[in-house]
Design a protein around this ligand. Sequence first.
Ligand SMILES: [Zn+2]
Length: 55
Amino acid sequence: MPEEAARKRLFDNVFICMDCKAKMKAKPRKVRDNKVKCRKCGSKDLRLKSKEDRS
Ligand SMILES: [Zn+2]
């Protein structure tokens, strides 16, 4: 289903700031390269949202 794929891709690009828990969309590659900063606190400590979703 195209819809499923779109949702997954969207999810893949959502990161959470480890410091202030703000959500933001970014390209995983940019995050890996430390080119993405949290809009709120400026931290570069981000993790993928999708990895957290189990708990
Ligand atoms: Zn932050």
